[in-house]
Design a protein around this ligand. Structure first.
Ligand SMILES: Nc1ncnc2c1ncn2[C@@H]1O[C@H](COP(=O)(O)OP(=O)(O)OP(=O)(O)O)[C@@H](O)[C@H]1O
Ligand SMILES: [Mg+2]
Length: 251
């Protein structure tokens, strides 16, 4: 089932076209990697798909709703309910303890404080943040802050989570744990995840990769032909999900 679809998404900053005619389809329970060199338009694409930017041309569909024409207020409201977003940096409120930062979308949505905090705290263990609930962002490492931001994106059980380099501040082992957690979350809940990454291992942990160059999508690499007795790597991975149609294209 398609949860998110971008059709011919095009965006300009002034006279510069930074995204050209990008098509993207994401299914429920799918982890999609977006890769490409710095400046290739990855963040801009995420912002267009998440309703943060309104594309100059093209369509963005969330389920059966075409959201690109919605007002700023309506698009913002989506990010407290049906969409979660992990920004590249600087996203926690410094005066709030970590658990309240993670609970923020629920608190803003009118969920009772005790329930909101409880639901947010439930993500701390799986994200390797045990015991850090009451720390302020200034008392956390960059990687811990990033994981609190991931908790905040997941806390509303949204249809789609967008994550812009969510493992950028993490060591390889912690990054791998977070990707395993995200694979588990999408498999259990049907949430779709779109993740920007420069890291081949992170892209490899996703079901599919969309590669950008200069604001355009590269054609997907077909997977190498299967040899006799060869088992696709995805089916070997712990907690591996069935390959999506077309298989994994790799970075
Ligand atoms: N607000 C803005 N105003 C003008 N140009 C912008 C703006 N934001 C981004 N750009 C330009 O748009 C292009 C795409 O930027 P974008 O942030 O999407 O790249 P990216 O692929 O996310 O790069 P990185 O890997 O460095 O995060 C770049 O050339 C950038 O300089
Ligand atoms: Mg970026």
């Amino acid at each position: 089932m398609t949860v998110l679809r971008g059709v011919g998404v095009t965006h300009r900053f002034g006279a510069a076209t930074v995204l050209s005619d990008v098509d993207v389809v994401v299914a429920a329970g799918e982890l999609l990697a977006v890769t490409g060199p710095s400046g290739s338009g990855k963040s801009t694409l995420l912002h267009c798909l998440a309703g943060i930017l309104r594309p100059a041309q093209g369509e963005v569909w969330l389920g059966g709703d075409r959201i690109d024409g919605w007002s700023e207020a309506r698009r913002t409201a989506l990010r407290g309910t049906r969409l979660g977003f992990v920004f590249q940096s600087g996203q926690l409120l410094p005066e709030l303890p970590a658990v309240e930062n993670a609970a923020l979308p629920l608190l803003l949505g009118g969920v009772r404080r005790a329930e909101a905090v409880e639901r947010a705290a439930a993500w701390f263990g799986p994200l390797g943040l045990d015991g850090l609930q009451d720390r302020r962002p200034g008392q956390l490492s960059g990687g811990q802050e990033q994981r609190v931001a991931i908790a905040r994106a997941l806390v509303t059980s949204p249809d789609v989570v967008f994550a812009d380099e969510p493992t950028g501040a993490l060591d390889t082992a912690t990054g791998a744990r977070i990707m395993a957690l995200l694979r588990d979350v999408v498999a259990r809940t049907g949430t779709a995840v779109v993740v920007v990454t420069h890291d081949a291992e992170v892209a490899g942990a996703c079901h599919r990769t969309l590669a950008l160059r200069d604001g355009r999508t590269l054609p997907p690499h077909p997977p190498p032909p299967l040899q006799e007795g060869h088992v696709p790597a995805t089916s070997l991975r712990e907690g591996g999900l069935p390959a999506t149609p077309g298989g994994r294209w790799g970075a």
